[in-house]
Design a binder for this molecule. Sequence first.
Ligand SMILES: [Zn+2]
Length: 306
Amino acid sequence: MNITKIENHIYLIDVETAGIKNFIASYILKGKQTAIIETGPVSSIHNVLSGLRELNIKPEEIAYVAVSHIHLDHGGGVGTLLKFLPKAKVIVHQRGAPHLANPEKLWQQSLKVLGNIAEMYGKPEPVPEERIIAATDDLTFDLGEDVKLKVLETLGHASHHLSYYEPSTKGIFPGDAAGIYLNEIGVIVPTTPPPFRLDIALASLDKLIELKPKVLYYSHFGKAHNAIEKLQTYVRQVKLWAKIAREGIENGEGIEAIRQRIIEKDEAVRKALQYIQNHLVLSETTLNESVQGFIGFVEKFPDFPL
Ligand SMILES: [Zn+2]
């Protein structure tokens, strides 16, 4: 477990799920009160807790645990973590809230989609309903000492997705709304599992760009400068993938052929190919689930302008 001070008041804990480094981040945001943004899955909550201890943050100082969405790698551990944090409330999109209170359906669905990876993440524990803040757009949480956390609804990756804006650094915690940033090689790749909505995801990306952010704090993974440029790069990339998927569908290609053409035509993916193929989780998700997300979208919305 590895802690990095990334701003005067923000720390990154690498939660190292299943020992995988540089993959899932949990952020600690300190004002007068403290907030945690993203917990990672159940199986690495012990690393979040050791991180808090190492930073000398007492469990009762944590006022909020904010999750971008309820997928296991982001909010899966929140029920478990909360048992150790007596005063914390959970911030989650209102459509995700029922699934944190009763995670059984989420767990069954995750097993179906992710199989062994879901087992590796662990089964989420329920969050007591009275501790959940079902968030809507534009809600702002004031942590004191000029540190604020503003909720931004950014659907598309999921129908229950939030990003968070921190005005003092002009920083955005985009969750999965802005792709996966492979910080070790400086490449962005899509995270767009079915039922991915490209149209809605693009509107969310526009919304993030309009804020003119300076930095991004990716859940996968880490702090990155040139935020606007990175968001614009992701916009171009998802449009390219959608075009390739649509051509493929029109020509009767299957997922394998479409995936091959994505690798041929997307320079970022070519650069990241070896990294992805060697990665326990990304090898399953980005070149499989994400491609399927695009195929599903273009089949459903064949006339969406690209
Ligand atoms: Zn994710």
